[in-house]
Design a binder for this molecule. Structure first.
Ligand code: SAM
Length: 285
């Protein structure tokens, strides 16, 4: 039986050709074919590194038929590199569907890691980076945009959005309305000559672009919603009796239940004991 080939998901530079790794070049030189979102962009990359390779297009509008063709090649033992216009394929870029197709067909997939705008924007933002949610692009449809923003307005994770410059002003205004005023970072032209990080608030950012037009590619990093101030303890609406019984009904002995109740409420065991036994004598506490 024919040995299947491998699909290499290759991240390409998001502005600086110096970010290409030696492993990326090795793969680009060794594969049988490169599937590219925009073959004109990829030709520039090939020319810069002096690589001659067969190219084919794989994009949003041909991904169904082309996915089948690429899978057939992979099943025949050919190795395929997949690249998007810039950055990591399958992140707000076509590629996700091809990955799924290859998984269904039991075709090997591996990744050649490299630039991705969202991670670099996050680490430069100064906003909490331990937990974050990537939200990609907002829809151009006003209702869908607002629904999307509303659905994440209580999320306490740092939120990351991609946006085109001509829509930035509207997006910032919609965000201000949906989230209220929050800290944000506008990260522009990453890895390029005019790389810039504007650390500000949503209201200040809206004002800023009343005076000038945004230029270049932007990532918007938004502070998450404030954590709710302490969630209510499960026993808060229980009497002391109900609290002790909660534990006894869960299999604890009276002694253990009294100890746990005292610890939950931060009161002395004797106080719980007295209250519990008065209840047994028929006196509600
Ligand atoms: N797959 C890409 C990645 O790995 O980041 C993202 C592709 S998506 C079609 C393009 C969006 O990514 C842009 O609209 C912008 O929001 C963001 N982006 C790409 N390159 C960027 C850069 N150099 N600086 C800032 N944002 C960038």
């Amino acid at each position: 039986m024919n040995k299947k080939g491998t699909l290499y998901l290759c991240a390409t530079p998001i502005g600086n050709l110096g970010d290409v790794s030696s492993r990326f070049l090795e793969v680009f030189r060794s594969v049988d074919i490169i599937a590219a979102e925009d073959t004109r962009q990829t030709v520039k990359l090939l020319n810069y590194f002096g690589i001659k390779k067969r190219l084919t297009s794989y994009h949003e509008h041909n991904k169904a038929e082309k996915g089948e063709i690429l899978c057939k090649m992979l099943e025949e033992g050919k190795n395929v590199a997949l690249v998007s216009d810039a950055g990591t394929p399958a992140i707000s870029d076509p590629g996700e569907d091809l990955v799924r197709l290859c998984i269904e067909r039991d075709i090997n997939i591996t990744s050649i890691p490299g630039p991705v705008a969202l991670i670099n924007a996050l680490i430069l933002s100064g906003l909490p980076a331990r937990r974050f949610a990537f939200e990609g692009f907002l829809s151009v449809n006003k209702r869908h945009r607002n629904e999307h923003l509303k659905s994440v307005s209580d999320d306490t994770h740092t939120l990351i959005f991609y946006e085109a410059p001509h829509k930035l002003k509207y997006t910032l205004a919609d965000m201000l309305q949906a989230f209220g005023d929050r800290r944000i970072a506008l990260v522009r032209e990453l890895t390029k000559l005019h790389e810039e990080v504007i650390r500000t608030t949503l209201s200040e950012a809206v004002k800023l672009f009343e005076e000038k037009n945004p230029k270049g590619e932007y990532v918007i990093v938004v502070e998450g919603a404030e954590e709710a101030s302490g969630t209510e303890a499960f026993w808060e609406n229980m009497t002391v009796k109900e609290h002790v019984e909660y534990y006894t009904s869960a299999g604890k002995t009276d002694k253990e239940a009294i100890k746990l109740t005292a610890s939950d409420r931060g009161i002395a065991k004797r106080e719980v004991y007295d209250a519990y036994h008065e209840i047994i004598r028929g006196q509600e506490i």
